[in-house]
Design a protein around this ligand. Structure first.
Ligand code: CA
Length: 475
């Protein structure tokens, strides 16, 4: 196919204004203009084409996407799923469906993409191989998926046989862990959360420790116990020391909590000794998931001095199944809070480094009468992801494909926007009244915690789906 024809089809399929203008330019350069103007118009058309994306806000899919859906064609998050007849494989969410990427690769739909030389990475049971190829490959592959799903593109739309093989209703699929997680780090980057906890456990007049505004505090968490949304969590047992007890006691935690967080997934294996600058950090971040850092406050309180969280945290953490790419979040970039005092040069950054992601948590008791207990936003984070990654690697610590870096509990400025029950009930002093008449200081057996996140602007909604887990009795 001649290049001009490829350009023409690309511009024709693309519904953006840039696409329409490129069409006109290609038309004039091919048949109307003088020899002098032809190359000028061709170059202009190429420049326009290079800025075009099939995930443009006006783009539509031939798959029906209901208003309010988390998964329009502009999102295309990646996940791993299986069904009764399909082995674990990669897919993207579109409306109420999953597009089976393993099938599309096998049928040749990625032959003209940079993925063609790498084999069917979508047949793997995790996304590690795919995202480890880096953005030079994953970006055009995502664009190609948007092209396949575009309402004007008949390639898959009009191929009933392959369409039937490649489209799976989400209700028919079981979502699995999207990545194998080699390493998990948890930060502590919300100034409101750190201040609230400091007020409760240390000095109300001086809640932040001296280092807090100079570096993004974090610790290395446990990767083996990270599970995908829908996996139940047993109430942990452990050693605690009630205030009125003369000695520690052993038993099930009596103050089990959630922590509302967002985690980013990295896409490279770096060498020991290599650092990642704030300027380059986003090239190493494939995308984001919702993250519930389940926390047993009573175990944590007794064990955490002097080395930090341990058994109060490592019994389980839950992630949402769809990794939303930074490309999908791009229209929702926003500033982070001003940092005062100024940070050291290696933590300085330019531009908008956060995203306007609305977050909420619902507690659903076994009675079925649930309640949203907090609403907050990712943009409140004091330290951004670029700073977190720059700090994490400034000493030469290497990162791996599939690593998870969680934000830390995301609290907002108001009482209705706190990211944990510890803060919402202020250590149980202000219990929540649930719609079924029960009270919550902390989580009860049978409670399901459901986290949701989405961006919304000018009628475009990019969502994360749900990050849910049910508390089962201690075993
Ligand atoms: Ca945490």
């Amino acid at each position: 196919m001649p290049a001009s024809k490829v350009f023409f089809i690309y511009a024709w399929l693309n519904p953006s204004y840039a696409g329409k203008l490129a069409l006109l330019l290609i038309y004039y350069s091919s048949c109307v203009l003088t020899a002098i103007l032809k190359p000028v118009f061709s170059i202009l058309a190429l420049v326009l084409l290079s800025t075009m994306s099939f995930t443009h806000p006006q783009a539509r899919s031939w798959i029906d996407v209901k208003p309010g859906s988390d998964f329009p064609i502009q999102n295309l998050p990646f996940g791993i799923f299986k069904t009764r007849s399909k082995s674990p494989r990669a897919g993207v969410a579109i409306g109420e469906y999953i597009l089976d990427l393993e099938v599309l690769y096998a049928e040749g739909y990625f032959n003209r993409t940079p993925l063609a030389d790498h084999g069917n990475v979508f047949a793997e049971g995790t996304l590690n191989k795919f995202i480890g190829l880096g953005k030079a490959i994953t970006r055009p592959v995502r664009e190609r998926i948007a092209e396949i799903l575009n309402t004007n593109n008949p390639e898959l739309r009009d191929n009933a046989d392959i369409k039937q093989k490649a489209l799976v209703a989400q209700t028919e699929a079981q979502m699995l862990m999207p990545v194998h997680v080699p390493n998990y780090t948890d930060f502590y980057s919300s100034i409101e959360h750190a201040t609230n906890v400091g007020k409760m456990f240390r000095d109300p007049a001086n809640p932040l420790l001296p280092n807090w505004k100079h570096l993004p505090v974090g610790y290395h968490g446990r990767a083996s116990s990270i599970v995908v949304s829908g996996t139940p969590i047993h109430r942990p047992k452990g050693q605690t020391k009630p205030d009125d007890a003369p000695a520690p006691v052993f038993g099930p935690s009596r103050s089990l909590d959630f922590e509302l967080e967002v985690a980013f997934v990295t896409n490279a294996n770096t060498a020991l000794g290599q650092s990642i600058s704030t300027r380059k950090a986003e090239e190493y971040i494939f995308g984001l998931v919702l993250f519930n850092d389940w926390s047993a406050r009573d175990i944590q309180k007794w064990e955490y001095v002097p080395l930090g969280p341990f058994l109060g945290k490592n019994f389980g953490s839950t992630v949402s199944p769809w990794i939303v790419t930074l490309e999908a979040l791009e229209p929702f970039r926003t500033d982070t809070p001003a940092q005062e005092p100024a940070v050291l040069p290696y933590l300085q950054f330019e531009g908008k480094k956060s995203y306007d992601i609305h977050l909420e948590v619902e507690i659903m008791p076994e009675s079925g009468k649930g309640m949203v207990v907090t609403r907050t936003n990712f943009k409140y984070m004091y330290w951004n992801m670029a700073q977190q990654l720059a700090h994490h690697t400034v000493n030469g610590c290497n990162i791996c494909v599939g690593d998870l870096y969680a934000s830390g509990t995301i609290s907002g400025p108001d009482a209705g926007s706190y990211g944990s029950l510890l803060e919402i009930t202020w250590q149980g002093k202000n219990p929540l009244k649930m719609p079924d008449g029960t009270e919550r200081k902390f989580l009860l057996d049978g409670d399901t915690v459901i986290m949701r996140g989405y961006c919304e602007k000018d009628g475009l909604r990019i969502g994360f789906g749900e990050c849910a887990g049910k508390i089962l009795p201690a075993v």
